[in-house]
Ligand binder design. Structure first.
Ligand code: DC
Length: 236
């Protein structure tokens, strides 16, 4: 399995349920291929944080009109962070990686990501970022809406309890004092919201390859990717 030189640059679209390890896997694939990794969930989270900090969400309620006004002003940027080996997200020039993965943002992001104007704006940004290919993009609608012609589409899933345990450990390591039950409930709620929203619901593209990583290490997933998908033939 070879490194950063690919014969032909492609778009790799990774969709699936929350907390399946999509971003971790996508980041690893991008590093292996010398591709750019784009975490689109971080973009929806950044808009949610911006809405919270600018009065468009109050007492857990999203003020859609106010949020639509804010959308014209919000500047979202990714800047590569060599320490992380991935890009960090900035809003209006402020580094917000540390603020977008709290349970508060996680509980509100489903409501924000249902708003058509939010999706239109972020999808256009994502298409622009992947225009020259050589990207691994993860989210919910990448293979269905953002890049329906992506050369490789993965659909990731894992047992909800295992997903909750993974997220729990991640948040505890960061010092976030959150309960496992709360995380599991948030994952179940977001699965439901992602699949049932009217606009761009989470669904598996017909030509996507399914990866259930409940009992797989990252290295096993990587081996599977090069062995079982077209990636092995598409890159050197
Ligand atoms: O991948 P994540 O859990 O960080 O994503 C946060 C939320 O953003 C998720 O609950 C659904 C939404 N999302 C979306 O609607 N479309 C995407 N392409 C990515 C994320």
């Amino acid at each position: 399995m070879n490194s950063s030189k690919s014969r032909k640059k492609i778009v790799i679209a990774i969709d699936g349920f929350s907390s399946c390890g999509k971003s971790t896997f996508a980041k690893m694939i991008a590093a292996r291929l010398g591709y750019i990794f784009i975490d689109t969930g971080a973009m929806y989270r950044a808009v949610t944080l911006y809405a919270l900090e600018n009065g468009a969400i109050q007492n857990g309620m999203v003020n859609e009109q106010k949020l639509k006004e804010l959308l014209d002003r919000i500047a979202i940027q990714f800047r590569f962070n060599p320490q992380r080996g991935a890009s960090d997200i900035y809003v209006d020039g402020e580094w917000v990686e540390g603020k977008i993965r709290t349970i508060e943002v996680s509980n509100l992001v489903s409501a924000v990501s249902q708003i058509p104007e939010v999706r239109t704006k972020l999808v256009a940004m994502q298409q622009e970022m992947g225009r020259d290919k050589g990207v691994v993009m993860d989210g919910r609608d990448i293979g269905t809406v953002v890049f329906p012609d992506a050369e490789l589409k993965l659909f990731m899933t894992a047992d909800p309890h295992i997903r909750a345990l993974r997220r729990y450990e991640e948040l505890r390591e960061k010092g976030d004092n959150v309960s496992l039950a709360e995380i599991e409930q948030n994952i179940i709620d977001r699965d439901r919201a992602d699949q049932s929203r009217a606009i761009s619901p989470l669904r598996q593209a017909e030509d996507a390859v399914v990866l259930d990583n409940s009992y797989m290490t990252l290295e096993e997933q990587m081996d599977w990717l090069f062995r079982e998908t077209v990636l092995g033939q598409l890159v050197d």
